[in-house]
Design a binder for this molecule. Structure first.
Ligand SMILES: *Cc1c(COP(=O)(O)O)cnc(C)c1O
Length: 359
């Protein structure tokens, strides 16, 4: 059996370091807003080469905190990809703004200037870009268009920790970059956690206030906020894991490159430099039959994502199929194959053999 994903393997190699980190926190008696949080925020902003990092309770919170911090007019519209995790649309609706979905590029699954153009209106005030599966969207073009129309850009980097293009890392192009450290992400905590990064000092201050009851200092509340913090244990664990992120991403890229070079008769993604391959997603027209084949050979798989957002009840649009044909096609054909740094070479070879033996 080849598992789709297995965090226990990674724990084996990190056990001692994590135990030390955990013991440090327990010994300190400090579980929130203390030295481990500050240290991780500093390390992560240095890694990304950006001035501000505000750790928070989850990626979804990071999106919502950013949107709140921007203080947009009540009738604002925010453009969100039709093919992504629900958080991107939820964050917009949760603060009372309107979502406008955009179709995606057939090659990358990301939005492009072409796919968002028809959705721009006077009311468009922000754009959430998702670096789907770990591949960076075309940020230079998107930023140019956004600047032209005076709209904010939020990069959802939940699949793209450490991804880069010639001009920098994912998250450093938009007005903010938002990260989830959900356990299965390329950089994952042992529970929920997230972060917002930005080079805009005013946005950074506002996000920090919103995430901690609007407190400027203890008992001095400037605005109405909420509780959205990372805890010291998660920050300490992430600090341990951050050191290995580039190495892990390289291993993911090597596995993905092998898949793309050797898989036959299925659509495979191209693995560019800077792609951190959070998911390796092939496309198969006869998906149900292929899934039966994978189950028969005990090869783990997942589907990212089986339904596009405008087809789901909270975001429903009557004409979702015809409005977002590319996203719909991908959702109907996508199969995510095992991709994590601890897969062995022989497992990787077997994945290829099993997929290629499908007729
Ligand atoms: C995981 C994920 C999030 C948010 O994750 P949380 O579980 O809230 O930390 C947001 N967007 C995408 C694309 C994700 O995959």
């Amino acid at each position: 059996m080849i598992p789709f994903f297995d965090l226990k393997r990674q724990y084996k190699s990190l056990r001692e370091e994590l135990n030390v980190a955990q013991d440090d926190v327990f010994q300190s008696g400090m579980f929130l807003k203390s030295s481990k949080t500050k240290a991780f925020e500093k390390s992560f902003s240095e890694y990304l080469n950006i001035p501000h990092c505000i750790a928070c309770a989850s990626g979804t919170d990071g999106l919502e905190l950013t949107l709140r911090a921007l203080n947009l007019p009540r009738d604002s519209e925010v453009i969100v990809p039709a093919l992504t995790w629900v958080s991107d649309a939820e964050a917009v609706l949760n603060i009372g703004l309107s979502v406008k979905f955009a179709d995606v590029d057939p090659r990358t699954g990301c939005i492009t200037t072409e796919t968002i153009k028809t959705h721009l209106s006077e009311k468009t005030k922000a754009l959430i870009v998702v670096h789907l599966y770990g591949q960076m969207a075309k940020m230079n073009d998107l930023m140019e268009l956004a600047d032209c129309h005076h709209i904010y850009v939020i990069e959802d980097c939940s699949h793209a920790h450490g991804a880069y293009n010639a001009n920098g890392r994912a998250g450093t192009f938009g007005h903010t970059g938002v990260f989830s450290f959900y356990p299965t992400k390329n950089l994952g905590a042992y529970g929920d956690a997230g972060a917002v990064i930005t080079s805009d000092e005013a946005i950074a201050q506002q996000v920090r206030l919103l995430a901690d009851h609007g407190q400027v200092r203890r008992d001095q509340h400037k605005i109405s906020g909420s509780t959205s913090r990372i805890d010291e244990l998660q920050a300490a664990f992430l600090e341990v894991k951050l050191k290995y992120l580039d190495r892990w991403n390289e291993r993911r890229r090597a596995i993905a490159t092998y898949y793309t070079e050797n898989l036959k008769n299925v659509w495979t993604p191209s693995i560019s430099e800077g792609h951190v391959v959070h998911q390796y997603v092939i496309r198969v027209r006869e998906r149900e039959k292929m899934l039966g084949h994978l189950r028969k050979h005990e090869l783990g798989y997942a589907i990212h994502y089986p339904a596009i957002l405008p087809s789901l009840e909270p975001f429903f649009e009557e004409n979702w199929k015809s409005s977002y044909p590319v996203a719909t096609d991908i959702a109907q054909q996508a199969i995510s194959l095992p991709i994590f740094p601890e897969l062995t070479d022989s497992e990787v070879e077997n994945v290829v053999k099993i997929v290629n033996s499908f007729i």
